[in-house]
Structures are given as C-alpha cells and as structure tokens.
Design a protein around this ligand. Sequence first.
Ligand code: ZN
Length: 205
Amino acid sequence: MVMGAKWRKGDGKSIKVFVDNRLPEKNGVYLVKSGYKLLCEEGRRDATSGSSREGMASLWSKIWKLKVRGKILHFLWKACNDCLPTKVNLMKRKVVDEPHCELCGKQPEDTKHALWNCEAMGRVWCVDFNWVSEDLIVYGTFLDLIEMCLKKPGSGELFGITAWHIWTHRNRVRLREKTIPLSGIGEAAKNYLQQVKAIREFRED
Ligand SMILES: [Zn+2]
C-alpha cells in the first residue's frame, strides 16, 4: 500500500489530509478519503471487536450524557475510537516515518500519551485530577482513564474539556499557531466549563 500526504485548503484553513492510493481513479480524478475517516474506520474495527463492543456502548452512553458542546463529544468519540491523528496512528498509515511525541521526544505519541501520559501534561492534570491512581495512569488504557473520570460527578465534563484543550494546543504548536500555554490549560478548561454551565442555566430560566 502506498500512502501520500498533501495539504488541502478547506473553509479557509489549511488541513492536512492524506490520500489513500488504493482508492479507484474516476475520470482522471483520485477519490480522496480524509485521513480521519480511514483512521476511524480502522480504530473502530479494533475497538469494537468481540466482547469490547458492549463495554464501548456502555461507555459511550455515559459520554453522550456529558453536558458539554458537540465538538467536545465529537473529539471524545474520536479519542475513544483511537482515530485521532496521533504520530502512532499517522505512522500506521505511513504518513510519518517515526512515532515520537514532539513535546517530550521520548515516547511514541499514542492517544493516551498525547492527552495524559506525556511528562509535559503532568502540570495540566495534577491540580484537578490528582486523585486518579498512579497505577491506572501507568497501566490503564485511555478508555480506563476516561471511565474512571466519568465516575466522579462533574469530572467527566472537565476531563473532556481539558483533553480537548490539550489536543488543540498540540495541533496549534505543530502548525506554529498562537495557543494557550500548557500551564494555562487547567484554568482555561475550568473557565470554559463555567461558561457552558452559565449558558445552560440562562437558557433553562
Ligand atoms: Zn510526550
């Protein structure tokens, strides 16, 4: 399988897509499938095989109840199905040829590393999530982590918003765009959660 990478302009922003050269050519034009879609199809196939399918459905029904905006739910869905374009996933698709995290340069960047385990993330999670056990952080999967955070009232929302801020930070650093520093993400996530709550309460009044 030969994979190529190229830049495509979409609604004014540059987004990186990759072209699967296995796809048929139609009238001289390659049919392009977005990298996300391919990653999601593969990740979902792995995540939903056999007995894990029921667990996934139950986890997703809890995530779905979180009182956060759709973009956060969509992000969590991609993270849980292992279809975020982490370096590990990009390497699987031969878009990059090495999987190392660009923040620490020490470990392969999979979903759990990018959103939680990278040493650079310690300062983000240490304030409001210091109750999560070290064993779970070291040995659990990303799904175990999110499951644990969903058990504590109010933590599921903060977890989702914080992880979304971390992923946005990571992408902006890669694109050399302005971003909130990691040291400000904990505060930014709490402010965001307050705003969402205030808007909801205003609408319910
Ligand atoms: Zn790292």
